[in-house]
Design a protein around this ligand. Structure first.
Ligand code: XIL
Length: 326
């Protein structure tokens, strides 16, 4: 595959590991070259999260993120911002913030305003709120300082505030298991319908898609994309990776596993392109560059090979699978 993005009529993105000020934004020159060759959009894997951008109250650290955004602009890549409000990777000072509901609203809205204003005009889109629902379709309550202290209205407030600060960035609600959990996708659909009825801005739903080799099935994935297509807004695959060793039976990526992964990437990307009309395609982002970088390895603490390039930075059959589908 010469270039994944070549001839594609939708953003083809990748999450870049971006180490921080002392580090190159791509960790290595080879990774940077892969990004330039194959991708048209970048997401920051960590450096645009709440803790990274807003480490102490009123103190913002934009250096690493600005470096990434400038690099993207200079090289014709768009940037998908990740993430304005999430219950995870919040700053320590937010966790220990104490105040009335009004003060919490103020604190959260100020965070969104400062950050969305800083990047205004430079980002293609934002994940405005991440992971606000549980698998059963209920709001994540105990696990989220935002829900606990503000209630469900934190979500719409984040969207309205983001739109005021940046009129042009597309605004996404982002979550995991949306392609597998029916109660969860249905809860998101109900939220979007409610937003649309009350003129709360929302432009799309991000399906993270940290998925396995066998499930969800292509039919289920398509049916869940279709629910969002029917709302008339965009569908974006925001964090695609495919685990191949969930049972931990393998300690190396064999040709057989690599071939099954290629077919699975082909199936998922095809499901997206078959279901989502061109005008509603927010794009497809792969959550990391090489298998060695993948967060999946740390998460499960066992060998796996979820991405398109191996730890030697060589293209895997999976890359061909995505290219064939596009
Ligand atoms: C992950 C990063 O990949 C890791 O480096 C970090 O340690 C934890 O977060 N859902 C999201 C992403 O929205 O921000 C997460 O990224 C993966 C799950």
């Amino acid at each position: 595959v010469t270039s994944l993005k070549e001839g594609a009529d939708l953003p083809i993105g990748v999450a870049v590991p971006a180490g921080g000020a002392s580090n190159s934004i791509f960790v290595s020159e080879e990774r940077k070259n892969i990004v330039l060759q194959h991708f048209s959009q970048v997401s920051a894997e960590n450096i645009m999260k709440m803790d990274a951008l807003h480490p102490s109250q009123g103190n913002f650290n934009f250096d690493a993120a600005d470096e990434l955004v400038n690099f993207a602009a200079n090289n014709g890549l768009s940037v998908h911002g990740h993430v304005l409000v999430w219950h995870s990777q919040t700053a320590g000072w937010m966790e220990s913030f104490s105040g009335s509901k009004v003060e919490w609203i103020d604190m959260m809205e100020n965070h969104v305003t400062q950050i969305a204003t800083h990047f205004s005009g430079r980002l293609h889109s934002w994940d405005v709120v991440n992971e606000a629902f549980l698998e059963n379709g209920e709001y994540r309550d105990d696990g989220s300082i935002w829900y606990q202290n503000i209630g469900a209205e934190f979500i719409e407030r984040a969207f309205t505030t983001a739109r005021s600060a940046d009129a042009n960035a597309e605004l996404y609600y982002n979550d995991y298991n949306l392609s597998s959990s029916e109660p969860k996708i249905d809860a998101v659909v109900a939220m979007v319908k409610d937003f649309q009825a009350r003129n709360i801005p929302i432009d799309g739903v991000g399906f993270q898609m940290h998925i396995g080799a066998d499930s969800p099935s292509a039919d289920t994935i398509k049916a869940h994309f279709q629910k969002v297509v029917d709302l008339g807004i965009k569908v974006k695959i925001t964090e695609l990776d495919i685990r191949m060793n969930a049972t931990n039976n393998d300690d190396a990526l064999t040709p057989d596993i690599a071939e099954r992964q290629k077919e699975r990437y082909y199936e998922v990307v095809s499901a997206y392109l078959e279901t989502v009309p061109a005008a509603q395609r927010g794009g497809i982002t792969i959550w990391g560059i090489t298998d060695a970088d993948s967060w999946i390895i740390n998460l499960y603490d066992q060998p796996d090979w979820p991405l398109l390039f191996n730890s030697e930075l060589e293209a895997k059959p999976a890359l061909q699978g995505v290219a064939d589908a596009i």
